[in-house]
Design a protein around this ligand. Sequence first.
Ligand code: ACO
Length: 325
Amino acid sequence: TLDSTVLSCGASRPKTALSNVEISEFVDTSDEWISQRTGIRSRRVLQPGESIADHAASAAQKALDRSGLDPADIGLVIVATSTPEDLFGDAANVADQCGCKNAVGFDITAACSGFLFALVTASQFLESGTYDAALVVGADAMSRWVDWGDRNTCILFGDGAGAVAIKKGGAGLLGFSMGSNGAGREKLALPYNGNRLPLIGGKSATVVGPRAMLMEGRSVYVFAATTVPRVLREALEDAHLTVDDVDWFLLHQANERILEAVADRIGVPKDKFIINMDENGNTSAASIPLALDFAVKSGSVKKGDVLACAGFGAGLSWGAAIFRW
Ligand code: ACO
């Protein structure tokens, strides 16, 4: 248990939607293929000049407004992202835009596990007494990094940001578990390809050039379907709870078939899983807080509910956290 409470959430997505049908106009795929295999029908895509950091700030602002906290109370802003607006980090920008003058901001990168790792990290700072309140944001602009000519990957992803405000006290983070395994890094990776730039005296620099996402779809599926049930059980054990104590399972929205496999393996009906990838695609670090915001707004998640969250993805990395809403 960590002595922190999730107070509120917020979300922000680009306005521009891109449907499966539209994607099938420029790559060899179909709405039927994509929706049957993934549950995704549409996703939001940032337009040129639109900033993912602005969406992160907007999501954080909404969470802050709904929390009742004063911006000055926020001691920490963490942005989980693999695709920031500024490679030096977006969190200080987000803190500035939200008027959190007393906050330190930093980004963390852990792909689709990023939000959960950030939530646990921020909660540890509250538990230790260093800060009283924090904003935890997940934001990703995957559309800027996927290869839009590769039907294996481009159909999966979307852009967006989600955030929560948390404060010290209440012992609301009931349990967690996290893991990673770098030996599986090539199953899912977004490497830089460098172009050699000669400098002087035989010395060179490597300048970032075109890159392409690597993904072994089948092994990622198997990894997720086997690891997520395990990490959920570990987090529940840490919380001294069982699956029966959980009101909602809120998993990274990678793919509906992964959620079905997890539901099956832990013996929980699928209607206990929050699912909103149909209109967002896989938004990486943003997907859990985006789905939380969706479920709170739709009235599914109510105050006092116990949520079991799990993130999983590149690294490979995975994590689960159980908290009371
Ligand atoms: N449209 C039509 N055909 C396609 C498409 C597409 N968009 N993409 C691939 N295909 C073809 C393949 O080329 C292949 O053709 P072939 O048999 O002639 O070679 C065929 O469809 C089957 O491909 P598979 O990869 O075997 O399809 P599979 O049933 O495994 O589904 C999928 C692919 C959806 C990617 C699945 O493996 C999966 O969900 N994996 C998990 C990956 C994931 O979620 N990644 C997200 C990032 S990671 C994360 O967030 C955890």
